[in-house]
Design a protein around this ligand. Structure first.
Ligand code: SF4
Ligand code: SF4
Length: 307
């Protein structure tokens, strides 16, 4: 957290531009390196995966409940099934839930609706992104194609970001989510360096309206991450903290799917409780064409990809 003074009427516009420009440049470089890194990991993965034809993509709709002598039921959106899975999971004690995410790379169309939904949900400022979509172009003209890889925090079961935190601000919850306590975080950024997925970014206090006379009302709206109501006014936390995806814990606790899952127009992102054998995600992680990024590091990610 950083402090501000009472005689500084526009703290967001004060002379921090050189530092912010430096941080932006650093961020852009890191994003490029990340793109190369994760796509290399993906390129290496298919060898370990079974042939895709054996595992067709999950359909956006599935048959509804059996008809009672009437016409065939209307197809059911997979979101409906995931919401039912979520309701079932929330009826269990938190210690018995094991949240996982599955992303079907064959269905992702690279629209970045999930990235934007996340920005809107968590009121993310410039330079902070929880769910980038990494893009790659394959082949040689005219036989080219593109591949898209959404990359949230992996919520690792063996997370390198946790032991490096000198103030125990980042920790693993019983339900598998790796969380950040914004009130404890001192912004040292050790965790940013430790994360092999570059899943964390630092909130340097930038605003979209920097350099303009007034902060936009939208930028003064509160976010509800970790179930706490926070605004970024007066450079209060999470300004000056490490930030990352948390599977929208505040939405889960209200019985809602993460914003990226609800928004995915390709129905390429799935979420649920892996400890429930009847959940959609349990079905998906058992498929032969599933992989996780950089598994060789032993981080045990909770985000799975279908190839
Ligand atoms: S992906 Fe990075 S930030 Fe997320 S839990 Fe793993 S090590 Fe930590
Ligand atoms: S930036 Fe915050 S969460 Fe990350 S290691 Fe430092 S204190 Fe811990």
């Amino acid at each position: 957290m950083r402090s501000t003074t009472a005689d500084d009427p526009t703290p967001h516009a004060r002379a921090t531009a050189p530092r912010r420009q430096f941080l932006q440049t650093l961020g852009a470089g890191a994003a490029t390196l990340l793109a190369l890194d994760v796509l290399e990991s993906l390129a290496a993965a298919p060898a370990a995966a079974a042939p895709p034809p054996a595992a067709p993509a999950v359909q956006a709709t599935t048959p509804g409940p059996p008809p009672a002598g009437g016409p065939d039921p209307a197809p059911q959106d997979v979101l409906v099934r995931m919401r039912a899975d979520l309701e079932r999971a929330l009826r269990k004690p938190a210690t018995q839930r094991q949240w996982v995410m599955v992303i079907d790379l064959r269905k992702c169309v690279g629209c970045s609706a999930c990235t934007i939904a996340c920005v809107a949900e968590n009121k993310l400022p410039p330079g902070v992104v929880y769910r980038p979509v990494v893009e790659e172009e394959l082949g040689t003209y005219p036989h080219v194609t593109r591949r898209f890889l959404p990359r949230p925090c992996m919520q690792c079961d063996n997370p390198p970001c946790v032991p490096v935190c000198p103030v125990a601000a980042t920790y693993k919850r019983p339900d598998g989510i790796v969380a950040i306590d914004y009130d404890r975080c001192i912004g040292c950024r050790y965790c940013l360096v430790a994360c092999p997925y570059n899943a964390r970014t630092f909130d340097a206090g930038e605003r979209y309206t920097d350099g303009t006379p007034e902060t936009s009302p939208v930028e003064r709206l509160p976010a509800f991450e970790y179930g706490q109501r926070r605004t970024r006014e007066h450079d209060a936390s999470p300004v000056g903290n490490a930030r990352k995806c948390h599977f929208c814990t505040h939405r889960l606790e209200a019985g809602l799917l993460p914003a990226c899952v609800s928004t995915c127009i390709g129905r390429a992102t799935f979420f649920g409780d892996a400890s429930d054998p009847d959940s959609l995600v349990s079905e998906l992680v058992a498929k032969p064409n599933v992989m996780r990024l950089k598994e060789e590091l032993g981080t045990q990610p909770r985000v799975y990809y279908l190839l």
